[in-house]
Design a protein around this ligand. Structure first.
Ligand code: SF4
Length: 150
């Protein structure tokens, strides 16, 4: 199972912190977890300026710097790791411009959420992997794609 590294306690997010999730770490009881941070893998430093994905498919920081290529490189790395490992799916950090699935910020840096996937989440989904966020696990601890009819 591919997992956003920050959910396993790796201090790799844009603030230099992590977002450990007990629901995600509990998956280690019956899954092999592969931590990946696409933004670091793409070549970005930690900490780094916050960025958002726009409706035009570009990733930019609040000061207007375009970091799309680095985000795409990180997404390619995540897909390559998932394919090489034969990952059964991915559990990804909610709302990240890389890892967010279902809902992300809209690219205006005004904390507005819209439907959509981050760059890596979209690439993993396009590669055929089922994906979910840590918030999808909270409460049940069950991977959504293992639920009949989900
Ligand atoms: S790119 Fe993904 S793994 Fe890396 S800090 Fe952001 S949400 Fe976490």
């Amino acid at each position: 199972m591919l997992v956003s590294a920050c959910l396993l306690g790796v201090a790799c997010n844009h603030r230099g912190g992590s977002s450990p999730s007990t629901s995600v770490t509990a998956l280690a009881a019956d899954h092999r977890l592969l931590p990946v941070c696409p933004e670091v893998a793409g070549g970005l430093p930690t900490p780094r300026p916050a960025a958002e994905l726009t409706a035009e498919g570009r990733v930019g920081t609040a000061d207007g710097t375009d970091v799309t290529d680095l985000y795409r490189r990180g997404a390619e790395h995540a897909v390559a790791v998932a394919v090489a490992a034969g990952a059964a799916g991915a559990v990804l950090k909610a709302r990240s411009p890389s890892c967010g699935c279902h809902r992300i910020y809209d690219g205006t840096h005004t904390r507005v959420l819209v439907d959509g996937d981050g760059v890596t989440a979209a690439a993993l989904r396009a590669a055929g992997l089922p994906i979910c966020s840590e918030e999808d696990l909270e409460g049940s601890g069950v991977l959504p794609w293992t639920v009949p009819g989900a």
